[in-house]
Write a protein that binds this ligand. Structure first.
Ligand SMILES: [Zn+2]
Length: 175
């Protein structure tokens, strides 16, 4: 546990990083690497910096709509972005992504608003139990996007739904 450099006044959870060691655990991300990726927009796959021209996410497989106080919904993403080449590699290597089978969506000018969560996220329950009580700990964060990119994500999700339903109907017809 260390004082947070990204969110002053809060503590953050740091896990040892061992780049290139072991098997990647999709779905059970290293908290430190995940946060670094979210804060610095580092590639989820290779860990290097992404630039606006080469920054992609999977809008169906990751994130979700967040309902704001005024009832409006905005897209929130809790997975770091990826380079296009890395995204394509991941879409074949990750069991989850290959099942969803969607094209990566290029991020727009909107980099999203960084928001942290201090509640316990799945997979970190054991660590959470060992932490001091009554102190806010940054456990995870996500980026909340504005209306334009939210609309883009909704469009991509709709297109994916249509494609997938058509594909399933065709497959069903043949069986
Ligand atoms: Zn990459």
């Amino acid at each position: 546990m260390d004082p947070s450099t990204d969110f002053p006044g809060l503590l953050e959870l740091n896990q040892k990083q061992a780049l290139g060691v072991g098997t990647p655990l999709f779905g059970a991300m290293n908290a430190t690497r995940l946060r670094r990726g979210m804060v610095d927009l580092l590639c989820h796959v290779c860990g290097k910096q992404t630039v606006r021209q080469d920054r992609y996410i999977f809008p169906v497989a990751s994130g979700g709509l967040v309902t704001l106080q005024d009832g409006l919904q905005q897209y929130g993403c809790n997975v770091p972005p990826m380079h296009r080449a890395c995204a394509l590699r991941a879409s074949h290597a990750s069991p989850h992504l290959s099942k969803v089978s969607e094209p990566p969506l290029r991020c727009a000018r909107d980099e999203g608003r960084l928001i942290y969560r201090t509640d316990v996220t799945p997979g970190l329950e054991a660590i959470a139990a060992a932490l001091p009580q009554g102190v806010d700990v940054v456990r995870s964060c996500y980026r909340l996007y504005g209306d334009a990119f939210t609309a883009k994500v909704m469009g991509a999700r709709k297109a994916w739904e249509t494609t997938t339903l058509t594909r399933r109907a065709t497959r069903g017809g043949r069986a």
